[in-house]
Design a protein around this ligand. Structure first.
Ligand code: CU
Length: 119
């Protein structure tokens, strides 16, 4: 191997290193942009108008009641979150005002044999 060839091989290696380095920076930058975009998306969905209410439920006696109410309420179109607590007989419901209302949620609970008092 001539000294010239060795030098050109080194040059190639350096070029490759530079390319990998640039590619790395590029990936890092595009990755950062992607993260930024997802963050914006999350903020947008978090800012959609949701109403949270605490309902007082009557007639719950066991975990099956909790499951039944949670299922019934979660099936109401526009309900984003429901958490029923047996020990204090409450249901926390978050829903989109544009898609549903208290009447719909109350109906869903009453349909399953329980009573509702909202505050
Ligand atoms: Cu029960």
């Amino acid at each position: 191997m001539s000294p010239f060839k060795i030098r050109s091989a080194n040059l190639k290696l350096q070029k490759m290193k530079a390319m990998i380095y640039t590619l790395g920076i590029f990936l890092f930058l595009s990755c950062g942009q992607a993260n930024k975009k997802t963050n914006e998306k999350n903020e947008a969905s978090a800012s959609t108008e949701l109403t949270e209410v605490t309902l007082h439920i009557g007639g719950m006696t066991c975990a099956m009641c909790v499951a039944s109410i949670e299922k019934g309420v979660s099936e109401v179109k526009g309900v984003e979150y429901v958490k029923v607590a047996l020990n204090d007989s409450t249901a926390i419901v978050r829903f989109s005002d544009a898609k549903t209302g208290m009447d719909e949620i109350k109906k869903a609970v009453e349909k399953r044999g329980y009573t509702v008092k909202s505050n």
